[in-house]
Design a protein around this ligand. Structure first.
Ligand code: MGD
Ligand code: MGD
Ligand code: SF4
Ligand code: MO
Length: 647
């Protein structure tokens, strides 16, 4: 077979949704590059996806279903696997009802056709599903509360900003296609300000870097609000378009600037720097997704929204407080959610599985997720899965979660994907197409639930309404169905399979009329403070488990680490040399690590990579307590206190 160059779209849980150019030789993926015609991708990819061909062709790739056999697994045929799954699920449903089955789906692929798996479990059940969102729940709730909807100004609207405030964001690692836009902004004279307790590479791009105490952003934002109020830099219309203006004003003025600065852990002049940045309009605030992962994370994002409002940066070109781009906004998934299912809290999932009653959770089906590695309190999540009667994991690799399954079903990778993807860091939409054929034993999530539905119908024929017709259809047919809303605007499957297109329903500038889709039509300001995070005496450091360029959550490019690297200021680990073998301890667990000293960090932080594996002892979530955020049922991953001692 000749060498081919084919175009697809990246389906990874990443803000960018890149256009991919795949080079395929003899049916084998040999290279992935960025689509030069995609205005966001601009011909380059992140390092993790550039290296994906090695993962695609890895001998570790699962190619046959695996059925538990004692402590190990034995390969079985796809038909045998489906028959086994149908038999177990039907028996459990008959004995304990559908709510005794949990379907857990996360972000392994952002493809919209994966919603058909949810549809299958609705028709078979409704089964139990998750509630809340570990990724962005707190920030989503904040923006919905404040603005009545969650959207962002067009990414290219940043061309009109005088100031760009990166609040808790590291685009060099987790949003690489924002970088060209930031660099261009800088070269035309815009000011870039970074607020992050960790000094990372993005600080090199910023004119100003402010490093608050972890979670100190709430005090920081209120201090900035107080200074804007005191110095007459609040726009005069603010009381008319903001609900709760007087209460917010009183809240901000409860303390002096010096007290807010102390509480935020910054010098007083940092407050003036941020106030002047916001007053230098138009200023766009790019709110990172990580910052909300704290027990007061939603209040933090609300305080930042409030700053955008009172400084007059809402509704103007080049302004706005951007957190999330409505990636599903153009898509029609009205086929879902016919009946309300039982829900379990995602951030507390391990405990909630163990404690569920009437009925207990007997079976778990995992789609596109690695909850053992990625949910807080990994040890409890692992125990919850290990103690279920029937666990099915659909994945391409034998992950920490798959290792605890009774049945593992191998599935397609991003190079074999046939789906629709919307970005959450820009407004572009694309369609993935398989650039290589999957190995013979491998099925897409869609094909798996279709086969399962057919087998279930066969076994319940005459007794129950068939469910297979509801989930029938090729991936292309489902794509067309999901595009129904925008098809009249020219967004056909055929077109999206050739080029990514900007969502025609997304505005460029939000709230230009000065009205908000809240009940009162006004923007709502934060008026109450949540309780501060608990102190944990004896654990002086805050654990940051931040994205690394080497992995997409728990999916590593190359070999996953066998040793956890933990970085801190020398004063945070007194007497311990660089390279020392240490133990990192929290109130819920401990991990061995190799110490890396970095004198440019604050003395109260310890930084480890996100996505380490539980079974290799490199998973930060073994240290993280399962707790929810103040709103939106997010996971408070980052309110994790630790200490370091010699191993
Ligand atoms: N390379 C890579 N890219 C990814 C991912 C990945 O795993 N690897 N994951 C993807 C996913 S799922 C998502 S949701 C996004 C994640 O997007 P983010 O959560 O924005 O990603 P991180 O790079 O981990 O950035 C978190 C940043 O928040 C900062 N931060 C933490 N606490 C605070 C705080 O209290 N105050 C302030 N001001 N800053 C704080 C951290 O220091 C860090 O710089 O990225 C996506 N992109
Ligand atoms: N400590 C700490 N923990 C975190 C975070 C953090 O910053 N710190 N970040 C959190 C965030 S933002 C997120 S979004 C979550 C991510 O949590 P998860 O979404 O659970 O993370 P992944 O490791 O990406 O696991 C997805 C799995 O899906 C598989 N997969 C890929 N494509 C497909 C497909 O098409 N079908 C199926 N069935 N499987 C597929 C992959 O092989 C992979 O094993 O982690 C959270 N956990
Ligand atoms: S993971 Fe993100 S940056 Fe990397 S190729 Fe995919 S969409 Fe682009
Ligand atoms: Mo995420």
């Amino acid at each position: 077979m000749p060498t081919e160059t084919l175009r697809t779209v990246c389906n990874r849980d990443c803000p960018d949704a890149c256009g991919l150019i795949a080079t395929v030789e003899d049916g084998r993926l040999v290279r992935l590059g960025g689509d030069p015609a995609h205005p966001i991708t601009r011909g380059f990819l992140c390092s993790r996806t550039s290296q994906f061909p090695a993962r695609q062709n890895s001998p570790d790739r699962l190619t046959v279903p695996l059925l538990r056999d004692g402590k190990g697994f034995r390969p079985v045929s796809f038909e045998e696997a489906i028959a086994f799954a149908a038999e177990r699920l039907l028996a459990i449903r008959a004995e304990s009802g559908p709510a005794s089955i949990l379907h857990y789906r996360s972000g392994g692929s952002l493809g919209m056709v994966k919603c058909v798996v949810d549809l299958f479990f609705e028709s078979f059940g409704p089964v139990t599903v998750k509630r809340g969102d570990i990724c962005s729940g707190a920030g989503d709730a904040a923006q919905e509360a404040d603005f009545g909807e969650e959207e962002s100004h067009d990414l290219f609207d940043l061309e009109r900003s005088r100031t760009i405030l990166l609040w808790g964001k590291n685009p060099f690692i987790s949003n690489v296609h924002l970088l060209p836009i930031l660099k261009e902004a800088r070269s035309r004279g815009a000011r870039i300000v970074l607020v992050d307790p960790v000094r990372h590479r993005t600080a090199t791009l910023a004119d100003t870097f402010v490093a608050p105490r972890p979670g100190g952003d709430l005090a920081l934002a209120l201090g900035v609000a107080a200074l804007l109020l005191e110095t007459g830099r609040v726009v005069p219309e603010a009381p008319s378009f903001c609900e709760g203006f007087e209460s917010f004003r009183s809240l901000a003025l409860t303390k002096g600037i010096d007290a807010w600065a102390r509480e935020a852990g910054v010098p007083e002049d940092a407050i003036e720097l941020l106030a002047s940045a916001l007053a230098d309009r138009p200023c766009n605030v790019q709110v990172g997704w990580g910052m909300g992962r704290r027990t007061n994370g939603s209040a933090i994002v609300r305080a930042i929204d409030a700053l955008g409002a009172i400084s007059g940066n809402l509704g103007i070109p080049g302004g706005g407080v951007s957190f999330y781009f409505k990636r599903r906004g153009a898509f029609d998934t009205s086929f879902l959610r016919k009946s309300p299912p039982r829900t379990l809290s995602e951030p507390l999932l391990g405990r909630e599985i163990l404690e569920a009653k009437e009925p207990p959770v007997r079976a778990v089906w995992v789609t596109a997720a690695n909850p053992v590695a990625m949910l807080p309190d990994s040890t409890t999540v692992a125990r919850a899965l290990e103690t279920r009667e029937f666990v099915v994991v659909v994945d391409s690799f034998l992950t920490d979660t798959a290792r605890r399954a009774h049945l593992v079903l191998p599935t397609t990778t991003l190079a074999e994907d046939d789906d629709l993807v919307g970005a959450y860091g820009n407004h572009w939409l694309g369609a993935s197409v398989p650039v290589v054929a999957p190995p013979p034993g491998v099925r897409s999530d869609l094909e798996i639930v279709q086969a399962l539905a057919a087998e279930i119908d066969r076994r319940t024929a005459g007794a129950r309404e068939p469910i297979a017709p509801g989930v029938a259809g090729t991936a292309k047919e489902w794509k067309a169905r999901i595009l129904r809303k925008v098809e009249p605007l020219g967004l056909t499957v055929e077109r999206l399979e050739k080029e990514s297109v900007r969502n025609p329903l997304a505005p460029t500038v939000l709230f230009e009329e000065g009205r908000f889709p809240t009940p009162s039509g006004r923007m709502r300001l934060l008026t109450d403070l949540p309780a501060p995070p608990e102190e944990e005496p004896g654990y002086p450091l805050w654990l940051f488990s931040s994205s690394t360029e080497r992995s997409q959550s728990s999916q590593w490019a190359g070999e996953p680490p066998v040793v956890l690297e933990a970085t801190c200021h020398p004063d945070a680990a007194p007497g311990l040399p660089d390279g020392a073998d240490v133990v990192v301890e929290s109130a819920v667990g401990s991990l061995r690590a190799r110490l890396r000293l970095d004198p440019s960090q604050r003395t109260d932080v310890l930084i480890v990579p996100k996505g380490g594996h539980f079974d290799s002892g490199t998973c930060a979530n073994a240290l993280v307590r399962a707790r929810t955020t103040d709103a939106g049922e997010g996971a408070a991953y980052l309110d994790c206190r630790v200490r370091v001692r010699p191993a």
